[in-house]
Write a protein that binds this ligand. Sequence first.
Ligand code: NAD
Length: 246
Amino acid sequence: MGKLEGRVAVVTGAGQGIGLAVAKAYVAEGAKVAMVDKRPEIVDIAAELGEGFRGYVCDVSQRADVESLAHDVQLDLGPIGVLVNNAGITRPAMLWKMTDEQWDSVINVHLKGTWLCTQTVIPQMREAGWGRIINVTSSAGINGTIGQANYASAKGGILALTRSAARELAGFGIIVNAIAPAAATPMTEKIRTDERFVETYLERMMIKRWAEPEEIAPTFVFLASEDTSYMTGQVLSVDGGSVVVR
Ligand SMILES: NC(=O)c1ccc[n+]([C@@H]2O[C@H](COP(=O)([O-])OP(=O)(O)OC[C@H]3O[C@@H](n4cnc5c(N)ncnc54)[C@H](O)[C@@H]3O)[C@@H](O)[C@H]2O)c1
C-alpha cells in the first residue's frame, strides 16, 4: 500500500520541474493529484499522465481562482488532504534597479499565493481533522542572495508563514512544513548554464551537481505522509548541502 493511499493532493506549479515530479511521486504512492498551473496546457499534461491526475488552470495569486480551485477539486476528487505550495516565478534585478512590477509579481505568486491556497484549503482539512501543507522555500530565503531580493524576501516570508501556520493549525491535526530544494528545472536553467553563475552555485553545494527533480520528490512524499505526525513548522533543505546551519 502506498504512503498516500486515498489522499487527495493539490500540487501548484505542477506543469513542469519540481511540481511535475511531485505530482508523479504522489500518484505512485496512491494519491489522486490536482495538478495546478496558470498555463492552460496543464489540463492536457494531466490527461496524458492518465489515471490519478487531473489538471486545473489557476493563478495562485488570484483569490477568485484559488477559491474556485478548492471548490472544484473537492467536487471532482474529494476533500483536499495535502497541499503543496510550489508555484513560482523569478524576476531577477539588483534591488536598486528593481521595478514595482518585478517586486510585486514575485511576492504575489510566492508569498500571497502560498497564503491564499493555505487559507482556502483549511476548512476542508479542519473538517477531516487531518492535513499536510508543504511550502516551498529556498536557500535564498534563508541566506539571502544577489540579484533577487524580491525572491529571497518572498521565500523568507514563506518560512515565517510556515511557522505561523504550523502554530495556528497544529490543534486541528494539520501539519505544516517547508522544503528548500535545489534542482535542474526550467527555473534554474540560466544559473546552471550561464558562465557567470555556474561556478558560484556549484561551489556552495557539498554534492557538486544539481539534482533531478525526481530526487527531491521523495521528501515531498515524506512530508505528505503519516510519518510526519510529530513534526511541524520545520524546513528541510534538499539542496546538495548548500545551506548549512553554523
Ligand atoms: N529549482 C530549484 O533549484 C529551486 C530552488 C529553490 C526553490 N525552488 C522553488 O521550487 C518551486 C518550483 O520550482 P521549479 O524550479 O520547479 O520552477 P519551474 O519554473 O520549473 O516551475 C514552476 C511552475 O509554476 C507555474 N506557475 C508560475 N506562476 C504561477 C501562478 N501564478 N499560478 C500557478 N502556477 C504558476 C509555472 O507555470 C511552472 O509550471 C518554486 O517555488 C521555486 O521557487 C526551486
